[in-house]
Design a protein around this ligand. Sequence first.
Ligand SMILES: [Zn+2]
Ligand SMILES: [Zn+2]
Length: 245
Amino acid sequence: MSEVVFVGTSDAFGSGGRRQSAYLVRAPSGAVLLDCGTTTGTGLAALGIPRDEIDAIVVSHFHADHFGGIPLFLLASLYQDDRHKPLRIAGPPDVEARVRRAAEALGHPIESQDWSFPIQFQEIRAGGESAVGPVRLGAFPTRHSPEAHPHGVVVQAGARRIVYSGDTGWFDELPAHAAGADLFVCECTLVQRSFEYHLSLEELVENRERFDCGRLVLTHLGEEMRSLTDYAGFDVADDGLSIKL
Ligand SMILES: [Zn+2]
Ligand SMILES: [Zn+2]
């Protein structure tokens, strides 16, 4: 059995007092964290998820609400956990340089510490599938700020397939990437289409019939989205939601 724990489900700005993007995938052979926003440390602590459980952090793209929490995750693993098992950090091309630059800018350069555990960087590329820690991982490009190298992520966790949209606006190939997933975690920042780089409930309703997947859960909810009471029949995530697959 696998499990997905929604550690953070807000948009970039913490709308509704929620936390930014992070999803823990517990697979039979280990755990990976999909995205690690600046508020993810708070989320892991609030949900009682030990950092040590996480074998790999997978970054969908280089925006602060998706990878800004990595520098302090590393530091806490060293000073609070005395971690010894390796930590893999996987992400789009340039992941090592981006994480190093972010850590330096935030005051905790990676090279300034004597780490008690190996930090291993791994690039994931669209189209291929590779082993990342305890899971197999694929990626696909999305329609989002190009300079952030935006990708969606496909996780094969044991017999279960989990697809995560990352951040994206609508593009016609999206349903094909989600096809066959046991769980599709899909961003839905907006209520109505108004920005090319984020999805809206309006577009998902229009294209509902095109998704041929198991459970579809909306996340990355903006201020308007989280204040709705009717989501047109879609499942909507909240911080702390756990789905067993
Ligand atoms: Zn985002
Ligand atoms: Zn983004």
